[in-house]
Write a protein that binds this ligand. Structure first.
Ligand code: GDP
Ligand code: IMO
Ligand code: MG
Length: 426
């Protein structure tokens, strides 16, 4: 059995798309289990770049079954555009399956997300993620099975819902609402185009695992954006953490045997919220430039800082990491010295565990150790033994602090720029 959950260990954008694509060469099935089009996963193959939002990063392999699980909120307009974009580039998308249980992101969800975020200032991606999950939990959302099921029942429910959402949009925000008839036609036409992809995906994943196939669960966002375990309220509305894979794909925990955390060799964050190791100086600018740290989904500049091992140890605990992939190590190539945060200082005392209260986190000062940089170009290195001694010392230090072994090291965006130390069960 080989079922691996791939999870972001920081605030997202750790390079999950790249590692998923790399491991997909040996996988039979790749499953997205949460999030939606707020995700932006980059896959660089040869000289081509693919930006994936809703479609799993295994799609570039024609034989790989790609599943959008019930835990993902699906924007039909976006998924249709993404499919078209891939097809135009010659990618076979016939192996995509979308859960009939997946909640559908409605145009009113996106509108409300944009309007609400103006007042709450989380800095969401405005893709309707929060409002769609809120309706799901409130049991007033629409799932794909509703859109392709009894039409009269759907029409009645939609009419009531549009009236309700229009009241919010018009009375609270004084903006224009939606026309129920127009919306209905648009949704049914989109659902019709996606019909051939809809399936009971829990059964497909279960069957793949039971048949001994290799399955990857591709997390979106990251541990610190988890609705329960992240820096609430500056989080997303789903469970990117490993536990989310079971619920969001519809399989039990006994079917998973590996949890691979993806961590950048430094830290970034996009959107608002506390970030203890954030750098506001020239070093931060260098990380931004060398790492090309701009959001895939919104184009926003990412905030940058040194690696924070308090976060990585927390990610190990919350996800039960079996191993870690360190990405973007090459971004540190030019630094004379490199800092690593090993604890926080809060009101004069040292804190070793990640605090639950963001008011405390905001006041935490990072305690750093300093390591010498290797000041060498490592982007062409393909074997761990060939990495400069100082680069290996940096990795060894992180391994020592986190207690998690590093199975993969990425030294550039391309597939070929990947050093594998241990393929584990893949
Ligand atoms: P994801 O959301 O976790 O899939 O990550 P993103 O795609 O949003 O951001 C990661 C960015 O870093 C992308 O532009 C990748 O092409 C790039 N990338 C991934 N791994 C490496 C690496 O090892 N080195 C460098 N320089 N870039 C990388
Ligand atoms: P990937 O999968 C980084 C952030 C947003 C915002 C917060 C809530 O590419 O790693 P939302 O629209 O989800 O309600 O926004 O979460 N965010 C991400 N940050 N990477 C992502 O995805 C993100 N998806 C959402 O910037 O701060
Ligand atoms: Mg991303």
């Amino acid at each position: 059995m080989s079922a691996i959950v791939l999870v972001g260990a920081q605030w997202g954008d750790e390079g999950k798309g790249k590692i998923t694509d790399y491991l997909s060469a040996r996988a039979d099935c790749v499953v997205r289990y949460q999030g939606g089009s707020n995700a932006g996963h980059t896959v660089a193959v040869h000289n081509e770049k693919f930006m994936l939002h809703l479609i799993p990063s295994g799609i570039l392999y024609p034989e790989t079954l790609c599943i959008v699980g019930n835990g993902v909120v699906v924007d039909m307009e976006k998924v249709l555009a993404e499919l078209q974009g891939l097809q135009q580039r010659g990618i076979d998308t016939s192996n995509l399956r979308i859960s009939l249980r997946a909640p559908v992101v409605m145009p009113y969800h996106k509108k409300i997300d944009a309007l609400e975020d103006r007042s709450s200032n989380i800095g969401t991606t405005k893709k309707g993620i929060g409002p769609t999950y809120a309706d799901k939990i409130n049991r007033i959302g629409f799932r794909f099975c509703d859109l392709v099921g009894d039409r009269e029942y759907f029409a009645t429910r939609l009419k009531t819902m549009v009236e309700y959402k229009n009241r919010i949009i018009q009375e609270i925000y004084h903006e224009e609402g939606f026309d129920y008839k127009e919306l209905m036609d648009q949704l049914l036409s989109q659902a019709d185009q996606l019909k051939k992809y809809l399936a009971d995906t829990s059964y497909l994943v279960y069957s793949a695992i039971r048949d001994g196939k290799r399955v990857i669960f591709e997390g979106a966002q990251g541990t610190l954006l988890d609705i329960d375990h992240g820096t609430y309220p500056y989080v997303t509305s789903s469970h990117p953490t490993a536990g989310g894979a079971c619920v969001g794909a519809g399989i039990g925990p006994t079917y998973i045997n590996r949890v691979l955390g993806i961590a950048k060799a430094y830290t970034t964050r996009v959107g608002e919220g506390p970030f203890p190791t954030e750098l506001f100086d020239e070093t931060g600018q260098q990380l931004l430039k060398r790492g090309a740290e701009f959001g895939v989904t919104t184009g926003r500049q990412r905030r940058c800082g040194w690696l924070d091992t308090v976060i990585l140890r927390y990610a190990e605990r919350i996800n039960g990491l079996t191993d870690i992939a360190i990405t973007k190590l090459d971004v540190l190539d030019t630094f004379k010295t490199i800092k690593v945060c090993v604890a926080y200082r809060y009101k004069g005392t040292l804190i070793h565990e990640f605090p639950e209260d963001i008011k405390i986190l905001k006041e935490c000062e990072p305690e750093y150790i300093e390591l010498p940089g290797w000041q060498e170009d490592i982007t062409g290195i393909t074997r761990y033994e060939d990495l400069p001694l100082k680069a290996r010392a940096y990795l060894a230090k992180i391994e020592e602090i986190t207690g998690v072994k590093q199975s993969i090291i990425a030294v550039g965006p391309k597939r070929s720029q990947t050093i594998v130390r241990d393929l584990m069960y893949m």
